[in-house]
Design a protein around this ligand. Sequence first.
Ligand SMILES: [Cu+2]
Length: 221
Amino acid sequence: MPRIRKLAGLSVLLLLAVISADASTLTGRVRIIGRKSGAAAVQIIVYAERLDGGSQVQPDEYRIVQRDKAFSPRVLAVPVGSTITFPNEDPISHNVFSLTRPPFDLGLYRAGAAKSRVFGRTGTFWIFCNIHPQMAAAVLVVRTSHIAEADAAGNFRLDLPGGRYLVTAWSERSRPFSAEITVGAASETIDLMLDETKYIDVPHKNKFGSDYPRAAYENKD
Ligand SMILES: [Cu+2]
C-alpha cells in the first residue's frame, strides 16, 4: 500500500511540471476613453475564456460585506456557479436584493447575520439594499476562473495555460471589450480599451421597481 501511495504522489508532481512548462503570463493595459470630467475611477476586471476547449471554471466561495452602509467590495467577478455570502457587519439591519434576472431578495437581516446566494448564470448582476440607496454592488459572473483586476493605471496580469483565449475587459461604465489571443510558451501582452462615452449615472429603483422615498437619500439609519 505505501508503495502505491508513493507512485500516485510522483504522478501528481509530473503532471504539475507539464502544466507549468506550458503556462505563460499574459500582461496588458486597459485604456479608458470618454471619461466625464470629475468622474472617479471604477474597478476594471479582465478575464480570459478558453476558446479551444477544456473547462476553466472552478466555482468558489466569496464574500461581499455590508459595512458602513456600503457593499465591500463594490465590484466582484466570480466563476459561474460560485457562492457569495453577504455578511452584515454594521450595527443596523440591511437588505440584499437584485432585480437583474433571475431577481432575488435575501430579505432584511440584522447585525452579525449573513445570507448566501449561488450565481448560476453568467452576466452582470446589480445588488442593492432596499433601505439605503447608496449601497450598490456589481457581481460579474463569467465562464472562467482566469480573472484579474487591473490596477489604478489599468495594468493587469493573468497566468494562463497555453491555448487560445478570448480576453475581455469589463467595467460598470462601458460595454465589455474583447480580443482574441493565443498564449504559447513566451509571455504575451495585449492592450484593451473601455469607452465610457455613453455612460449616464441614473438612480436605481428599489426592490419593488419604484423610486426610493426621498427620506432614504438623507443620511439617516
Ligand atoms: Cu442597507
